[in-house]
Design a protein around this ligand. Structure first.
Ligand code: MG
Length: 262
């Protein structure tokens, strides 16, 4: 009996020593592959092209907050340092000044209906894909609805005009030609977060491009990253941010911007 107990104790000791030395061995895992932009881009199927109908200019309804009526940028500021928005106002429109960087509304918003018109200037054919008229409307400073020249200019479909950038391509391509005005009507529902920083309810967006639905109550799955996966970042109300993209093509213009809180 005593012998058996000693034997069991010895086996247990050996097992414990073995487990210890196993724990001390450094395990080798594969390196995580570095994310590259192309890993989150896809090119097919290209959305069907739909020629939009004529649209009357939608002036702001009586309960809207007018964010730009062609006169000045008093509702906007530099996203970099909250100084005066440095884009150019002329002829009732505002044009991106790439040196000045992104601009954002001074006011923050929760759920809203946003009307915004934008125009891609005529430019040389050397500007292609994402380097042709790239800008963007960021909802709550987090989620980009892409602005791009998608008229005879193919790119990865989850990065063309009307896409939720690097997430959801538009249902169809309702783009107007360079020099003509495009219209976005965007209906946005802000997310609700859990206490541990996940989405309880994801953000949702409907986008109507030139009178054509291109996002139909689309669930946004996280931030719209250029490289890597969407991230969940806890946030509250946020501004509308307009992107000054770093590509060398001429800057695009915006006009007639208004928002209704929902
Ligand atoms: Mg963009």
């Amino acid at each position: 009996m005593t012998l058996n107990i000693t034997k069991i104790a010895a086996v247990a000791l050996m097992a414990s020593l073995a487990a210890n030395s196993f724990a001390q061995e450094k395990k080798e895992y594969p390196q995580q592959e570095r994310m590259r932009p192309g890993m989150s881009e896809y090119w097919t199927p290209q959305p069907k092209i739909v020629t939009p109908g004529n649209q009357a200019t939608a002036s702001a309804p009586s309960d809207a907050i007018v964010l730009f009526d062609g006169k000045d940028l008093s509702a906007w500021e530099s996203a970099r340092d909250h100084s005066a928005a440095g884009w150019t106002v002329h002829d009732g429109i505002m044009t991106v000044n790439k040196k000045a960087g992104d601009i954002q509304t001074k006011e923050s918003f929760h759920n809203f209906q946003l009307h915004i018109e934008w125009c891609i200037p005529q430019m040389d054919d050397q500007f292609k894909s994402q380097s042709r008229g790239n800008s963007g409307v960021y909802l709550q400073n987090m989620y980009e609805v892409q602005v791009l020249d998608s008229y005879n200019n193919e790119t990865y479909v989850n990065g063309q005009a009307g896409s939720i950038y690097k997430q959801t391509p538009p249902l169809v391509n309702a783009m107007r030609a360079p020099g003509e005005w495009n219209v976005y009507d965007i209906i946005y529902t802000a997310p609700v977060f859990t206490e541990d920083g996940q989405y309880l309810y994801k953000p949702r967006v409907t986008v109507i491009h030139n009178g054509v639905v291109v996002q139909n109550n689309t669930e946004i799955i996280g931030t719209t990253e250029y490289i890597g996966f969407p991230k969940v970042k806890v946030h509250g109300d946020g501004p509308i941010l307009l992107q000054s993209h770093g590509d060398p093509s001429p800057g695009i213009s915006y006009r007639n911007i208004w928002l209704r809180k929902l």
